[in-house]
Design a protein around this ligand. Structure first.
Ligand code: URA
Length: 240
């Protein structure tokens, strides 16, 4: 059993502060009855929760999209550095949240934060082939020859293997800025791939995971709950 205000805020319906006014305005019904108090205990998986006349489909786990800024760690906690979890607004903070996959400290863009371990495993497993699309700004131009090399798959001198990537030159007049899609998520993978062909990544942003694009309206450092439809896009291939 959980407090009503906690359940509503965990589902992104309203903040815990707003719950009282939602109740006063009779916007919430529990099992057909308007509750008077925000601290009553309900069973979110069994009780029928209505918001403005629509039945809420409760989700036990949280799935959050963050537009990760530079300078924060993709980790749950760290003694010294600020983490992506520290950046979450109070309404989205919950025990057990962690970033599903890591972006480097200086990488920006789409990061999924969740408390659903199985989901994260599936999203990250190379076997599931969830493509991740990045925009990389390079310190030099990517030649067609080097593009082909990266698209064929490479092996570094230390034996690390990277599967073939897809590379998109969006503007032929600017071959210092390209998009690269990979299905693995090895340590510093994009940076190391370009390093292999003599280029340094000077700026890196993740734009898409599976078929889910980074929300253009989400400012750096901001986060939002994902809807069920958005969540399903992650496993539904490409959305370009
Ligand atoms: N590849 C990298 O090199 N860094 C990231 O943050 C993500 C992919």
């Amino acid at each position: 059993m959980e407090r009503l205000d906690k359940v509503l805020s965990s589902q992104g319906i309203c903040s815990r502060k707003e719950v009282k006014s939602f109740l006063k305005n009779k916007r919430i019904k529990i099992n057909g009855v308007f509750p008077q108090k925000s601290d009553i205990k309900i069973d979110p998986e069994c009780d029928i929760i209505e918001v403005d006349g629509r039945i809420l489909t409760y989700s036990r786990f949280l799935y959050i999209m963050m537009n990760k800024p530079k300078g924060v760690l993709s980790a749950s906690n760290d003694k010294n550095a600020e983490t992506v979890i520290d950046l979450l607004p109070d309404d989205l903070k919950r025990k057990n949240l962690f970033p599903a996959g890591r972006l480097d400290k200086d990488t920006t863009g789409l990061l999924i934060i969740t408390d659903d371990g199985e989901f994260a495993h599936n999203m990250l497993s190379p076997k599931k082939h969830v493509p991740k699309l990045y925009r990389a700004v390079l310190d030099g131009e990517l030649s067609d020859k080097n593009k082909t090399i990266l698209e064929s798959g490479i092996t570094l001198s230390d034996g690390t293997q990277y599967k073939p990537a897809k590379i998109f030159v969006k503007n032929e007049n600017n071959r210092r800025e390209v998009e690269i899609e990979i299905c693995e998520g090895k340590f510093h993978q994009v940076k190391k791939m370009f390093e292999f062909v003599g280029l340094t990544v000077v700026d890196l942003t993740r734009l898409r995971v599976g078929g889910l694009n980074l929300d253009e309206n989400l400012a750096l450092g901001n986060a939002k709950l994902l809807s069920r439809i958005e969540l399903s896009l992650i496993f539904s291939g490409n959305n370009s």
